[in-house]
Design a protein around this ligand. Structure first.
Ligand SMILES: [Fe+2]
Ligand SMILES: [Fe+2]
Length: 192
């Protein structure tokens, strides 16, 4: 699947607002990829596909996860908002012919991160949080930080997302918590 086909697929699977978000994520991800020496086409492809399962009904997402237990990352036992990334990665791999493991990984972990994230994983995670239409308090600072240091930006992003989930009284996905611990361990603040 080339970028043109991925864009058409994304367009066909989401409403106008989410498609606009998708294009904004793509723009931000390509900018970061160029800055950090990552292939911009990989970033564009992952960005275009990252939310392609978000408008699937939850029951269909669950059905897809159950039909691919080897790829489902135990999603069924995790909070429902994390399902759509894993579902999009499953569809990309099994139905849309995507074979690039880095792209599949970035799609799959865009909501929660995961321990040992690669550069493309971090770029898609951060681009999703800082795309042009986002206006949450602190987004400007994260937009600055993500062009300076990917790890520091990830740590700051995780602090905010995990904190937000806790404050809204929802369960924290164990993968997010593990990602946060992993980043804290590997990124020594003393070296800043
Ligand atoms: Fe998403
Ligand atoms: Fe998104």
């Amino acid at each position: 699947m080339d970028l043109k086909e991925a864009k058409a697929l994304a367009r066909s699977r989401m409403g106008d607002k989410r498609f606009e978000h998708t294009l904004n994520v793509k723009k931000m991800a390509v900018k970061m990829a160029k800055h950090y020496g990552v292939d911009p086409d990989q970033a564009a492809l992952a960005a275009l596909l990252h939310d392609t399962a978000k408008e699937m009904p939850a029951a269909r997402q669950l059905e897809l996860l159950r039909s691919h237990p080897d790829l489902a990352e135990d999603a069924e036992n995790r909070p429902a908002p994390v399902w759509h990334g894993i579902c999009a990665a499953i569809l990309a791999r099994t139905e849309w012919g995507i074979t690039d493991e880095a792209v599949l990984s970035a799609i799959g972990c865009h909501t929660t991160g995961k321990p040992g994230m690669g550069a493309l994983d971090k770029i898609i995670f951060l681009a999703d949080m800082t795309s042009a239409e986002r206006s949450w308090e602190g987004v400007e600072e994260l937009r600055r930080l993500e062009m300076v240091d990917l790890d520091e930006a990830m740590l700051s992003a995780l602090e905010q997302t995990v904190g937000y989930v806790i404050r809204s009284g929802k369960p924290v996905d164990p993968m997010s918590a593990r990602t946060y611990e992993d980043l804290k361990r590997t990124f020594a603040p003393a070296a800043r």
